[in-house]
Design a protein around this ligand. Structure first.
Ligand SMILES: [Cu+2]
Length: 176
């Protein structure tokens, strides 16, 4: 019976790894924010294209690097930018959704080790159709990206995003 059990396990393992690549989404331009060693939080950004014919949602994410991973959005409240937890992100068929600095992002909370520029972290994205996609994400120093043209297109072009360090934001006041 033993050899049979082992081969059955092999089939299950094979199916699982197939499932990880089955989602009809393409992940591009992924990067995560390098943070000082004392920081307990960081964020990751990426572009998701839904190549399928069905709408799907990004419903959750996880990573070995953090205790908790949440999908976050940003909203303006007066002069403040506040982060809040999103239940999911809609990915209509054929459309591309960019998660970028100052917008929706993958929040990494309770970092288990420092995230320095040049490191790579693994994040698994979970979709509403049950699929999961593993993404290898390079960690980058974003502190010198104040001239980032993506920010220039925002209404408040004068806002200094470099000071909007997620790591110093107090999530305990965010009702988590
Ligand atoms: Cu956040």
């Amino acid at each position: 019976m033993k050899p049979l059990a082992i081969s059955a396990l092999g089939i299950i393992a094979g199916l699982t790894s197939m499932t990880l690549q089955a989602a009809d989404v393409e992940i591009k331009d992924q990067y995560a924010r390098a943070v000082p060693a004392v920081s307990t939080n960081s964020a990751a950004f990426l572009t998701i294209s839904n190549k399928g014919k069905e709408d799907v949602k990004l419903v959750s994410a996880d990573s070995d690097i953090a205790d908790r991973v949440e999908i976050h959005g940003h909203k303006h409240e007066g002069n403040m930018m506040r982060m809040f937890k999103l239940e999911d992100i809609n990915l209509p068929a054929g459309k591309t959704e960019a998660l970028k600095s100052g917008g929706n992002h993958i929040m990494l909370m309770g970092l288990k080790k420092p995230m320095k520029a040049g490191d790579k972290i693994d994040i698994t994205l979970h979709f509403s159709d049950g699929d999961a996609v593993d993404v290898n994400v390079p960690v980058k120093d974003l502190s010198d990206q104040t001239k980032d043209t993506a920010h220039g297109s925002m209404n408040d072009g004068k806002m200094d995003h470099s000071k909007m360090d997620h790591s110093s934001m107090d999530h305990s006041k965010m009702g988590h």
